[in-house]
Design a protein around this ligand. Structure first.
Ligand code: NAI
Ligand code: MG
Length: 333
């Protein structure tokens, strides 16, 4: 039995995390959850955003599943999500983006895997605010070392999974220094993988290409902000944020979470699609090499998604979060 830290999070977090708990229980997955929390709910209850007990739990268990956490735009605090990624040096943000058979979406032939650098770039947290001058600087720090390790992770993934091409996404035409460091790192790493093609795209063109012809992309690797934006764009190509999973991976610790946020507009209404967090939990099962459990749950999930009537409202169905969950459980073998 493996112990995994579980963070419910805010908004729709508790509802979709419940769905994973029920499915894992029904599938008899040999995992026991250690429940911790972080974010707005925790703050209101205890005055702490990231309790020490959560940090200790993640350090001990090395693996966590996390619901979304609300970050207020005004005032408030620095993103807990970004802080957790930096605290545990989870430099790889892996976000697969694949069409699902039977799901109504813009495209049915997308199969790309996005690697977003997760600790530096414009999200480094290096911000200087001058209230008197009403002026601010946000420093997008990019390092050679940070670029090499994320790009290497993307190429390694491509090699392990028989992928053919890695696309480096950047803005080196305007952001001369940070763009060059990232791009040079990419070309250097690519030399070690002669069997895998490499190309590069400027971020604005990349957005246009993705919307017109997404099937041309295979593995994509980019810096933090561009990766954040591209992953929501990618979600839009394959049926929406309710579907796409993610993993934050470091050399020793990994936190699995959906791409989407806490969706306050639908929270507490039994409306959220739990597929994205279920798929993140499936990535966790692969990570722990519990592949048979992964396959069993994935088969039941795919069969449910193929029938619109059994799905949640975002996919055109009429099932609530809990009914959708039961529809998956009924199909577990
Ligand atoms: P969001 O991803 O929460 O929601 C965007 C839209 O997608 C909303 O209309 C929402 O209802 C819909 N949506 C999202 N997930 C869904 C699901 N599972 N099923 C059905 N519909 C779904 O983004 P938004 O509204 O910009 O952010 C809300 C909060 O979440 C903010 O405080 C933000 O900082 C936080 N956030 C947290 C993340 C995390 O914990 N990793 C990631 C992104 C945002
Ligand atoms: Mg995002």
């Amino acid at each position: 039995m493996r112990t995994v830290t579980l963070i419910q999070g805010d908004g729709i977090g508790p509802e979709i995390i419940d769905s994973v708990k029920e499915i894992f229980k029904a599938a008899k997955v040999p995992i026991q959850w250690e429940e911790e929390n972080a974010g707005q709910t925790t703050y209101e209850a205890s005055g702490e955003l990231i309790p020490q007990s959560l940090v200790d739990s993640i350090n001990a268990n090395k693996v966590a599943l996390k619901g979304p956490i609300t970050t207020p735009v005004k005032g408030g605090f620095r993103s807990i999500n970004v802080q957790l990624r930096q605290m545990f040096d989870l430099y790889q943000n892996l976000r697969p983006c694949k069409s699902t058979p039977g799901v109504n979406s813009r495209f049915d032939n997308v199969d790309l895997v996005l690697f977003r650098e997760n600790t530096e770039g414009l999200y480094s947290g290096l911000e200087i605010y001058d209230a008197r001058l009403e002026m601010a600087d946000s420093i997008a720090r990019i390092t050679k070392e940070g670029s090499v390790r994320i790009i290497k992770a993307a190429f390694e993934y491509a090699r392990r999974n028989g992928r053919k091409k890695v696309t480096l996404v950047h803005k080196a035409n305007i952001l001369k220094h940070i763009g060059k460091i990232f791009l040079d790192a990419g070309m250097e790493v690519a030399e070690d993988y002669p069997g895998i093609a490499v190309d590069d795209k400027i971020i604005d063109n990349m957005c246009m290409q993705l919307v017109i012809k997404p099937e041309q992309f295979d593995v994509v690797v980019t810096t933090n902000l561009f990766g954040d934006i591209l992953s929501d764009l990618g979600a839009g190509l394959v049926g929406g944020l309710g579907l796409v999973s993610g993993a934050n991976i470091g050399d020793e610790i990994a936190i699995f979470e959906a791409v989407h946020g806490s969706a306050p507009d639908i929270a507490g209404k039994n409306m959220a699609n739990p597929t994205a967090i279920i798929r993140s939990a499936l990535l966790l099962l692969n990570y722990l090499e519990l592949n048979d459990y992964h396959d069993a749950i994935n088969t039941a999930l795919q069969a449910t998604l193929a029938n619109k009537d059994e799905c949640t409202a975002d996919l055109g169905g009429s099932a609530g979060t809990s009914e959708f969950t039961q529809n998956i459980i009924k199909k577990l073998k």
